[in-house]
Design a protein around this ligand. Structure first.
Ligand code: BTN
Length: 305
């Protein structure tokens, strides 16, 4: 982690190679202050001032840290979270050089996308993490609906699809200490105005962008603001009314229910199944070929034609 942050400081010209050595002795909180300071500096097109202007939230996105380039906003968010930034702070970068996808995969993050991580200090246990990812998916879908995307669907557990192509991925990570969750980092990547040709070739067929789908470029700052509002709203529903309402919204937009899939659960447990629904802990409920029902708590599913 320290190495990654050192790289960020170097990149931002805050660090000469001579001082690099001295940094070994720099207090970690001092380090965190510098990282926060950089996140309040100038950026090219993602602007904290633009996002904040009409932002109607009470705590999500009230503190924004915006960077030109970081390895991964989740990594920077984790570092800041461990150094006492406020609940609801958001780390955003115009570009990521080593972004993380699910299952250890890389995530392409050129200019023109939305790459952000929300820091939460929640009072929840591990079992609620899948639900937080599902709720985030609903918030993204609702945000896309507000800018005119009519057919955003959610592929379990965390992909947002438009016309059968992926437009957004979500990576939720927990920062734990002594077995309790201290912070949750919710990383969201939305392909907004990217040229699909900038993606690795093997991803190009299965991916789309908001600009492609709407036929016009979308302002990233505007979409970030709308998403943060939807995220805070769904958080309120989660805390005040419980998960059932969120699951209803999820089911309405499900890309997965009613399809035949190949389930890829941990420990190489792969099998074909029919997707029956989603349970209240966020698990996918599938019917296996032998007719038995199974709950899939984590993993992926590949839609079969
Ligand atoms: C997936 O594999 O579908 C999840 C992709 C999550 C990507 C986002 S972009 C912002 C945040 N920072 C990261 O390194 N990853 C997440």
């Amino acid at each position: 982690m320290r190495d990654e942050i050192t790289k960020l400081l170097k990149k931002e010209g805050k660090l000469s190679s001579e001082t690099l050595n001295e940094l070994k002795d720099v207090d970690i909180h001092e380090f965190a202050n510098i990282v926060q300071e950089i996140g309040q500096g100038e950026t090219e097109y993602i602007k904290a001032s633009e996002i904040s202007k009409d932002l109607e939230t009470t705590y999500i996105g009230k503190n924004l840290y915006v960077y030109n380039e970081v390895s991964s906003t989740n990594t920077v968010a984790k570092f800041l979270a461990m150094n006492n930034v406020e609940n609801g702070s958001v780390v955003i970068s115009e570009k990521q050089t080593d972004a993380k996808g699910r299952s250890g995969k890389a995530w392409a993050s050129p200019l023109g996308g939305i790459w952000l991580s929300i820091i939460l200090h929640p009072h929840v246990d591990y079992s609620k993490l899948p639900l937080i990812t599902l709720a985030t998916g609903v918030a993204v879908a609702k945000a896309l609906e507000r800018i005119g995307v009519e057919n955003a669907e959610i592929k379990w557990p965390n992909d947002i699809m438009i016309n059968d192509k992926k437009v957004c991925g979500i990576l939720t990570e927990a920062v734990t200490q002594f077995n309790t969750i201290e912070n949750i980092i919710i990383g969201v990547g939305i392909d907004v105005n990217i040229d699909i040709n900038e993606f690795p070739e093997e991803l190009q067929d299965g991916a789309t962008t908001i600009a492609n789908e709407l036929g016009t470029k979308e302002n990233e700052n505007n979409l970030i603001r709308i998403f943060l509002e939807e995220f805070e709203n769904i958080g309120k529903v989660f805390l005040e009314e419980g998960i059932e309402d969120i699951l209803k919204e999820w089911r309405k937009r499900s890309y997965t229910i009613g399809k035949i899939v190949e389930v890829r659960a941990p420990f190489n447990k792969y099998y074909d199944a029919y997707v029956v629904g989603i349970g209240k802990e966020g698990a996918l409920i599938v019917e296996k070929i032998d007719g038995t029902l199974e709950k899939v708590i984590s993993g992926e599913c590949i839609i079969k034609n």
